[in-house]
Design a protein around this ligand. Structure first.
Ligand code: NAD
Length: 501
């Protein structure tokens, strides 16, 4: 059994009505609002304007105007950094309000969201530090007659499209870096979790971001997002979401050759050798699989276990899974909250049913949980999974752990690399050679060694293969939002084309 924490009615909560931010003005929108039913409580908690194609176009033109004629790209980096630092302070001051909203709109445990907001504050501050370190190169080595200077210029108007699973953290991985570079932006949060991004808009206006520099258009992907990926006045698209929509985004952006940055899905393995610190790993297995209810691009959804320890590991992971507290995300002791929508819950349980039909065993969980309101899924472990099963290859995006086994290191690497994704991986061993071999041969953007899902603003993040294109965070993150321009300068008399003949 799992420890269940039944949600209590949201009787104190007043439904929040949000607006869109276009060209520095708040707008209610003309189309019907999008209502958000809390996945944890099954009641209406917020409404955002249903943005239209025309709203998206106006926002893009506002961003274009702010880039071409406004003060933001022309300010000193020091001035931009000051605004970003002020924004970070204001985020910290409104952390509880933001955390509450993300918790009820996304069903995420409140204690976890508090950590995400603190992490976001750190990223905004880190981006401010990078703003002042953005620079190009100079070449004084090209002969007496030439001086070469390579400039880093802001790329222009950036469309930022984010998913529902980390509403506030993911926009923090993009927006402050685009702003640090001097870009102007149109931001579209997921239609399921827009509230915290709209609050960010309020914060940025208060921090002194000039009008038109950050526009926030709420609405659906096909209506608002599609325009943001095709409009000729957009120079770059920074997208985080599913691999399917990522591919569509790239195809759309190709029509006008926009730069694209894509953070997509994952099917991340934890590879476990018998000589590891098993106690530490068991905790990381449970954390990796059930954190954010498994609705996490980095979820460690595949355990690849050495066959000699598989039975013991499955038993111990199942025992710890029983202690995981599932339920009301507003209870600070809860570790696993609600599933984002009823449709998504069906999809997750469909994967579990499909795996059982193909011969996998349920070592723990497997069932939908009835907590009186909202939608919840039991932490689930499937043993006896084969590498060709859908549950082992596709992103389930729920609290479902697939257990596979290996005999040799080469086999472990081959299973780890056998999926279309390559976002992250973990390796557990006390042997230096084993860890480094896995670290070098597994094709993923992040490899954790004897830990899982740690991160820092300084460390680049992104995927190999169909997990994405480009990297976020780290010291090069601001450069992603720039173009390089070469100034090739001639000194002294120039030998003309004709004169040289
Ligand atoms: P999604 O692809 O359905 O939606 C992501 C965003 O794209 C939303 O804002 C959505 O409205 C928008 N969108 C949908 N259709 C669009 C279109 N035609 N044109 C433009 N925009 C469109 O993803 P989701 O369900 O919100 O999020 C879950 C996915 O995100 C998972 O696959 C997960 O792995 C991925 N993700 C990846 C990372 C990462 O950093 N690699 C982080 C978090 C989530």
């Amino acid at each position: 059994m799992t420890v269940l924490v039944n949600p209590t009615a949201l009787s104190d909560h007043k439904v929040r009505d949000f607006q869109m931010l276009i060209g520095g003005k708040w707008e209610a929108g003309t189309a019907a609002p999008i209502e958000r039913i809390a996945p944890s409580h099954g009641v209406l908690v917020s409404r955002v304007p249903g943005g239209t194609k025309a709203d998206a176009e106006r926002a893009i033109l506002a961003a274009r105007n702010a880039f071409d004629h406004g003060p933001w790209p022309r300010m000193t980096a020091s001035e931009r950094a000051a605004v970003l630092l002020k924004a970070a302070d204001l985020i910290a001051a409104r952390a509880e309000e933001i955390a509450f909203l993300d918790a009820i709109e996304a069903g995420k445990p409140i204690s976890q969201v508090r950590g995400e907001i603190a992490g976001s504050v750190d990223i905004w501050r880190y981006a401010a530090s990078l703003a002042r370190n953005l620079h190009g190169e100079s070449y004084n080595t090209l002969g007496d007659g030439t001086l070469g200077v390579v400039l880093r210029e802001a790329i222009g108007v950036v469309s930022i499209i984010t998913p529902w699973n980390f509403p506030f953290l993911i926009v923090a991985q993009k927006l402050p870096f685009a702003l640090a570079a001097g870009c102007t932006t149109v931001v579209k949060p997921s239609e399921l979790t827009s509230g915290s991004t709209v609050i960010l808009g309020e914060i940025l206006m208060e921090a002194g971001v000039p009008e038109g520099v950050v526009n926030i258009v709420t609405g659906t992907g096909p209506e608002v997002g599609a325009v943001m990926t095709t409009h000729p006045e957009v120079d770059m698209v920074s997208f985080t979401g599913s691999t399917g929509v990522g591919k569509l985004t790239m195809a759309n952006a190709a029509q006008t050759l926009k730069k694209v940055s894509l953070e997509l899905g994952g099917k991340n393995p934890q590879i476990v050798f018998p000589d590891c610190d098993l106690e530490a790993f068991i905790d990381a297995a449970v954390f990796g699989a059930y954190f954010n209810a498994g609705e996490c691009c980095n979820a460690g959804s595949r355990l690849i276990l050495h066959a000699s320890i598989a039975d013991e590991v499955v038993k111990r992971v199942a025992e710890l899974s029983k202690k995981v507290r599932v339920g009301d995300p507003l209870d600070p002791t809860v570790q696993v909250g609600a599933i984002i929508t009823p449709q998504h819950l069906d999809k997750i349980s469909g994967y579990v049913a499909g795996a059982r039909e193909k011969g996998a065993d349920v070592a723990h969980g497997g069932e939908v949980l009835d907590l009186g309101m909202g939608q919840y899924m039991a932490p689930t472990i499937l043993s006896g999974v084969k590498p060709d099963m859908a549950v082992a290859r596709e992103e389930v995006f729920g609290p479902v752990l697939s257990v596979l086994t290996f005999e040799t290191l080469d086999e472990a690497i081959s299973i780890a690399n056998s999926v279309d994704y390559g976002l992250s991986a973990g390796v557990w061993s006390r042997d230096f050679d084993t860890c480094l071999t896995i670290g070098r041969k597994v094709r993923a953007g992040t490899i954790w060694m004897n830990t899982f899902m740690d991160g820092a603003s300084e460390l680049p993040f992104g995927g190999f293969k169909q997990s994405g294109l480009g990297r976020e965070l780290g010291r090069h993150a601001v450069e992603d939002y720039t173009e390089t321009k070469t100034l090739n300068m001639h000194i002294g008399a120039r030998t003309g084309w004709w004169a040289a003949r």
